[in-house]
Design a protein around this ligand. Sequence first.
Ligand SMILES: [Fe+2]
Length: 270
Amino acid sequence: MKTFFLNFIMASAMLMLTFNSEAQQAAKSKAPQAGKPAIEAVSATPVFTGTGTDWFISIKDAPFPGLPYTYEALEPVIDKATVEIHYDRHHRAYFNNYKKAIETSPETGEMSFYKLFGSITEFPATFRNNAGGFYNHVLYWSNMSPNGGGKPSGRLMDAIVAKFGSYEEFVKQFEDAAKTRFGSGWAWLSVDLATNELFISSTPNQDNPLMNTVERRGFPLLGIDVWEHAYYLKYQNKRPEYIQNFWNKLNWADVQARYEEYFTLVSRLK
Ligand SMILES: [Fe+2]
C-alpha cells in the first residue's frame, strides 16, 4: 500500500509538471506584446519595399518584407487578428509558394516582376497566383498607415481632379470598382502605361494591372484587397463598410510617392 501511494504521488507530480509546462507555453505564445512591435518595420528590409523600382529586381532576390506597423496598428478599421492572419499566413504563403515555383521553372529566377507580370500567361498559373499575391500584398500594406486618412495633394490631387472631375467622384468610382468585383480580387488606381492617365480598374484573384491578362495595363499606385480574408472577421458580409473605412487608414504619402516615381521610371516601363 505504501508503494502504491508513493507511485501515485510521483505520477501526480509528473502530471502537474507537464500540465504547468504546457500551460506556461500556451500562455507565453498568447501573451500580448504590449508596446512592442509585432514584427520589424519595412525599413528593416531595404532590399524590397514595394516601391516602383522593385518592379525591376530579380524575383528570386525579393525577401519577405516586414509590416511597416504592428498588427493592431490599423484598428479599428482592420482588427489585429485579421492583419496578423492576413500578413503572416496568407501573404507569407504566396511568398513561399512563388519561391517554390521558381525552383520548378528556373528560367524565371532572373526575371524582374515587371517582365514576369508583362508575360504572365507564358508561365504556370502558380506564378500568376503567387507572385501576384506576393506583390499585391506588399503594395496593400504600404498603402495603409496607422496615421492614414485625409486627401491627396500636389500633382496627384491635380491629376485625380483632372481625370475624375473631383476627389469625391474618384472615391465613388473606386468604391464601386471594389464593391462590384465579383468573388475575390482587387480594385486599383493606376497610371495607364500607354497614356500616363490615371484610371480605376479591378482584377480577379491575385491578378494586377501590370499583368498581360488585363484590358488596360497600368502602373499600380493604390490597391485594395477585397478577398474575404481581408475583412470577414470584423465585417462578415459587409464588404462596402470595409471599403468605406479603408480611406481612414489610407497612406496618401505612399500613393503620391508611387505616382512621382512613375515619372522617373516611365522610360523603363514602355
Ligand atoms: Fe489578401
